[in-house]
Design a binder for this molecule. Structure first.
Ligand SMILES: [Zn+2]
Length: 229
């Protein structure tokens, strides 16, 4: 692949075809193949490992991010409670959003290597998936899934998948549901830098988030605190 192709892929702007899983979630071919293998092994352990989301384009992430900035989509605290926009300054609000939502261009979901997983058979009847920490904790409905994934990663049996958001660094929250196919992800992460994102926004102003000014002034610190590479 050319450098420009890697860059487009790293920022979720690639037109490169990807593979659709049974439920319509899209991944790069290698990641998809290894995920299907992991699903098979989970099945043998009595778990229905499913992907809730995989590839997400830059524009899709931008739509989510802007909707949260405009408080048209809920922004939650660490206890899954919705926060009120009027209680926060612009900068504080940005930081609350970044705790659970990546800045467009820095989402690992742009790469087609990362997935959010759950087990639909463990969800209580009538309850929708929320992808919140409490579901995956020891008391949560997905506790058995979390423990199984822990074991696979610890014993190097996770088909190349790992958890990039495995402990709280004070920025991005712990996301036990998020798995990354590292053999491919590690090739792409190095392209995602503050300089490359600034350059993208200079070249394509329509790709700037609504809070562009606020973000552009703090891009270095935001990467340090919120971007897991
Ligand atoms: Zn995720």
């Amino acid at each position: 692949m050319r450098n420009a192709d890697y860059k487009a892929l790293a920022f979720g702007l690639s037109e490169q075809p990807m593979v659709k899983l049974d439920n319509g979630v899209t991944l790069q071919e290698d990641a998809a193949r290894h995920f299907v293998a992991l699903q098979k092994r989970a099945c043998e352990s009595g778990l229905a490992l499913c992907a809730a989301s995989g590839f997400r384009s830059y524009r899709a992430q931008l739509a989510i991010f802007d909707a949260k900035w405009a408080a048209q989509r809920p922004v939650l605290d660490d206890q899954d409670r919705p926060l009120s926009r009027s209680d926060y300054t612009d900068e504080e609000w940005l930081m609350r959003i970044l705790r659970f939502s990546a800045l467009p261009g820095t989402s690992r979901h742009h790469w087609g290597t990362d997935i959010d997983v759950y087990d639909p058979s463990l969800l209580p009847n009538g309850q929708a998936l929320r992808l919140v920490p409490s579901e995956y904790g020891e008391e949560g409905c997905f506790a058995a899934l979390t423990a199984w994934i822990d074991r696979q990663i610890e014993t190097d049996s996770a088909e190349g998948f790992s958890r990039p958001y495995d402990h709280d660094r004070g920025g991005v929250a712990v996301e036990p549901w998020h798995l990354s196919y590292l053999p491919q992800a590690s090739l792409l992460s190095k392209w995602v830098t503050p300089e490359a994102l600034s350059e993208l926004w200079m070249q394509a102003p329509d790709l700037r988030p609504q809070c562009y000014k606020l973000v552009a002034d703090r891009l270095g610190p935001i990467f340090d605190q919120y971007v897991v590479s």
